[in-house]
Design a protein around this ligand. Structure first.
Ligand code: ATP
Ligand code: MG
Length: 426
């Protein structure tokens, strides 16, 4: 182990790639901001019980993937493995559900921690942007969230994202289905751990990714065939609204989510260019979660989209996001007096909203011009004693190579105008 390498399963976001990550987070958040979702931020760690109850004792997340720790004060904490339980906890703690209209609509962006086997698209530290609509049961709300996610992927320029849709039923119809599924599963040839899971949370067995298990699940009873009338009706409304909004989906009667608390609408966004880590995002309705963590009944729906895998999907499709230029103007002083003057110009440019940088380190003119070119700037501002004596600087267009003197007085406004495509003759 080297002090200078990141822990296994993690990676650093560095320029220039980090700009893509920011752009993805922003693109996922934009539709939410336009739709009444307010930003929420919760701690990176919570009491362990929040997740063991809220995510579920029988999930991989809780049994295998959670980073837990005991503080010096003896409190058992876990690094957050997901966002929903924390966001609902925060909303309940602040009584947001009593303060105003329901649903309470919140969005978040953060990093999450799961002790997983690291591989392409699967990390121990990863990023999600998520959204939760708390305290309302309305097919239009489920549809809204799915549409907002689909719109985010579309705005990013992704064309290979597919939506899988299912209903997990509710308290009425799920118990009978659960029993039927258990009967079926008990007859299969499964390992001990999976057999134990049949008794605790049989739906999760359907989510088993091992091919030999999947093969045996071929004839498993499906929830669609067991949905009660109200669940059927609800699901049909969601499907109609998605279709009306032009959001294509595939009914996937085998889709269950890794988390215990999902009811009714369940969905996953997958991308076929990502190998076995194909899920770029997912979510659904979780009508029972609030009560599970000690709150009042608050039917809710939400999703979390994986930022890392979305970036991989962009790469797989060869989509380059238009990331804003880091630097528009690069200042190259020739001599001490010019350093002082141009440093002032750079400050002024920045205050005027122009991205500007400066040749630091007192290097040669040649090295400084090289830095200007490498910076990606549109213009270099070059000045020596003689220019300054004449009250001008040389402005070089780094695309065309053209160079001309521009008056120092009003320089920032002039450059700002040129960059915004304005006229402004020198
Ligand atoms: P998977 O089935 O791939 O393990 P999951 O069902 O555990 O995914 P969720 O808990 O629903 O995933 O999280 C939502 C999204 O977060 C996923 O669709 C994925 O894009 C991303 N994600 C989950 N776990 C990881 C991870 N370990 N590394 C990178 N991204 C992840
Ligand atoms: Mg997982």
């Amino acid at each position: 182990m080297s002090t200078f390498s990141a822990p296994k399963g993690t990676y650093d976001l560095l320029p220039p790639d980090s700009a893509t990550f920011l752009a993805v987070r922003e693109a996922i958040a934009a539709p939410l901001r336009r739709s009444g979702y307010g930003y929420v931020e919760t701690p990176g760690f919570e009491h362990v019980e929040l997740f063991s109850r809220g995510v579920g004792q029988s999930t991989d997340i809780v049994t295998k993937e959670m980073y837990t720790l005991t503080t010096k004060g003896g409190t058992d904490l876990a690094l957050r493995p997901e966002g929903t339980a924390s966001v609902l906890r925060a909303a309940l703690q602040a009584n947001l559900h009593r303060a105003g209209n329901l649903p309470v609509k919140l969005w978040y962006s953060g990093t999450y921690y799961r002790y997983e086997r690291p591989q392409a698209g699967r990390y121990r530290h990863f990023s999600q942007v998520g959204a939760e609509a708390i305290g309302a049961e309305d097919p239009a709300l489920d549809a809204e969230l799915v549409i907002l996610a689909a719109d985010a992927y579309r705005a990013l320029g992704l064309s290979g994202v597919r939506l899988l849709l299912n209903s997990l039923g509710d308290r009425e119809c799920r118990p009978a289905y659960r029993a039927a599924l258990q009967d079926f599963l008990r007859g299969l040839d499964l390992d001990e751990e999976t057999r134990a899971r049949i008794e605790i949370n049989p739906l999760r067995v359907l989510d088993d990714k091992r091919p030999d298990v999947q093969r045996q699940l071929d004839g498993a009873p499906l929830l669609v065939d067991h949905l009660c009338e109200s669940c059927k009706e609800y699901h049909e409304r969601v499907r109609e609204l998605l279709t009306a909004a032009g959001v294509a989906f595939t009914d996937d009667p085998r889709l269950v989510r890794g988390l215990d608390y999902y009811t009714r609408t369940t969905f996953e966004f997958v991308h076929d260019g990502l190998g076995s880590q194909s899920a770029v995002g997912g979510g659904g309705r979780y009508d029972g979660l609030s009560e599970l963590i000690g709150g009042p009944p608050l039917p809710s729906v939400g999703w979390a989209l994986g930022v890392d895998r979305t970036v991989l999907a962009l790469r797989a499709e060869g989509v380059e996001l238009p990331v804003p230029a880091g630097t528009d103007v690069f200042a190259v002083p020739l001599g001490e007096e010019a350093r002082r003057t141009l440093f002032g110009v750079v400050t002024e440019l920045r205050r005027a909203g122009v991205a500007a940088d400066f040749a630091y380190g007192g290097r040669s003119a040649k090295a400084s011009m090289k830095a200007a070119n490498r910076s990606g700037a549109r213009f270099a501002v070059v000045a020596g004693e003689r220019d300054l004596a004449e009250g001008v600087v040389q402005v070089k267009d780094l695309d065309s190579g053209e160079q001309a003197p521009v008056a120092l007085d009003g320089l920032a406004a002039e450059l700002a105008a040129r960059l915004s495509g304005g006229a402004a003759d020198a």
